[in-house]
Ligand binder design. Structure first.
Ligand code: PMP
Length: 432
């Protein structure tokens, strides 16, 4: 019922529909809810899955397999067994993994800063000495990636995502410019579009001619094991692709256990070619005497092996897949057939990306806020917070309870529909 495309409504029918949806909105607002779908945080039940870690490694269990004392300084690169445990997920040999602290964003930040101040292997000068260094930014993308660029005065050039990775025609044209030094990539279950780069896209990223000889892919595989469906998607191995294409140093790979174990107390990883790993460790050795190795032991004892990681991720999936389904069901119930929005059904990751009627995303967020529902600011998925279409919204359903996700999604659907109807009503001829 009531699923006439909004674009076809006019006159009295439009006025009636608008009044009806306004009443829905008022009723929703009167419920006086406090809901938050802003950030991709694991729910309390998810972090509790790792509560056994809080008593690990336990009294007396402080030595690595080779007898290093986890309580003391040292081992900049991380224990061999930590690197062996996570190397398969990163797709590199353990010797090419460096274990960081609790945040991969911090590792990415450091790599950008070091590249700016010192350059990377193959640089003839630091990136900051270039006239106007730039990064390609697939959109919609991760706001914290864009914020790092903004912080250091690096230009952000948006490139469209296609559903199978970035538009490679556009990328190949843009990287011919030598001032383009890097590119953000979330290659699997991308934030927020959920897409996984197709094998052909990975191959072209690895093989494309870049104007800058020291160009780097910032390959942020944050969702490497974060499946929501039975048929998992796996991105092709970027390091192998780069090596095969004769560009062995092109990729910096990042990942973490933030959304495996504990978001605030996980392990982060840098992985790359031997030359890049040596470069990373030389810089890292100036900022720390060594990482938190007790946390490494904690992870090794808790997760044990690859099968342990998989089993743990299945428990996450059981908690969050129903929330993704609830968002989809609520949006469908109110929006199917209206033509006012389309959204993703991701096979993994932490987000649903929704495109509302162009020109209404900001209005949707305002309407939601007034009804007690916090959404990620419109535009956040674009560099500088500027979505030229004012249409993309990032929905993050993991943190709230299932019940709250249901309520919030109904509210979002109402706000999207109301904003689209308001806009339709303001169009020339719609009142006739
Ligand atoms: N990269 C992406 C794509 C993310 O979505 C997130 C978390 N929202 C991060 C990195 C942050 O990772 P960490 O906790 O390891 O800093």
């Amino acid at each position: 019922e009531n699923s006439t495309p909004v674009a076809e409504l006019r006159g009295a029918a439009l006025a009636a529909r608008l009044a009806e949806v306004r009443a829905d909105y008022d009723r929703f607002r009167a419920r006086d809810l406090k809901l938050d779908m802003t950030r991709g945080k694991p729910a309390p039940e998810q972090v509790a899955l790792a509560d056994a870690m809080l008593t690990l490694p336990g009294n007396g269990d402080v030595f690595s397999e080779s007898g290093e004392d986890a309580r003391n300084y040292g081992n900049l690169q991380g224990f061999a067994e930590t690197r062996a445990l996570f190397a398969p997920l990163l797709g590199v040999p353990p010797e090419q993994v460096a274990v960081g602290e609790n945040s991969s964003l911090g590792v990415m930040h450091d790599c950008v800063v070091w590249a700016m101040l010192k350059g990377v292997p193959g640089s003839s000068r630091p990136w900051s000495k270039e006239e106007a260094p730039a990064f390609l930014c697939p959109v919609p993308g991760y706001d914290r990636h864009f914020a790092i660029l903004e912080e250091y005065g690096i230009r952000a050039i948006p490139v469209p995502l296609t559903g199978r990775g970035p538009d490679m025609e556009a990328v190949e044209a843009l990287v011919a410019d030598p001032s383009v030094k890097g590119m953000w990539c979330v290659p699997q279950y991308s934030n927020p579009s959920g897409e996984t780069y197709a094998p052909e896209v990975v191959r072209r990223l690895a093989a494309m001619r870049t104007g800058a000889p020291d160009f780097r892919l910032f390959w942020d595989n944050a969702y490497a094991v974060h499946d929501l469906r039975d048929a998992p998607e796996r991105v092709a191995n970027i390091l192998d692709a780069c090596t095969a294409a004769g560009n062995p140093d092109r990729a910096f790979i990042f990942a973490s256990t933030s959304k495996v174990t504990l978001a605030g107390a996980g392990l982060s990883f840098f992985a790359a070619s031997p030359a890049n790993t040596a470069w990373y460790l030389a810089r890292a050795g100036k900022r720390t005497i060594g990482p938190d190795k007790l946390n490494q032991l904690r992870h090794i004892r808790f997760l044990r092996d690859e099968a342990g990681i998989r089993a743990h991720m299945v428990r996450h999936r059981a908690l969050i897949a129903p929330k993704f389904d609830a968002v989809d069901a609520a949006l469908r119930a109110r929006l199917d057939g209206t033509g006012v929005a389309h959204w993703t059904a991701p096979a993994g990751g932490y987000f649903i990306s929704l495109d509302a009627t162009p020109g209404t995303a900001r209005r949707v967020v305002t309407l939601a806020k007034e009804a007690g529902l916090a959404l990620t600011p419109a535009g956040a998925t674009w560099p500088g917070g500027q979505d030229p279409e004012d249409s993309n919204l990032r929905l993050a359903p993991t943190f709230p309870s299932l019940e709250d996700v249901r309520a919030a999604s109904e509210g979002i659907a109402i706000c999207i529909l109301l904003a689209a109807l308001e806009r339709r009503a303001a169009e020339p001829g719609a009142q006739d």
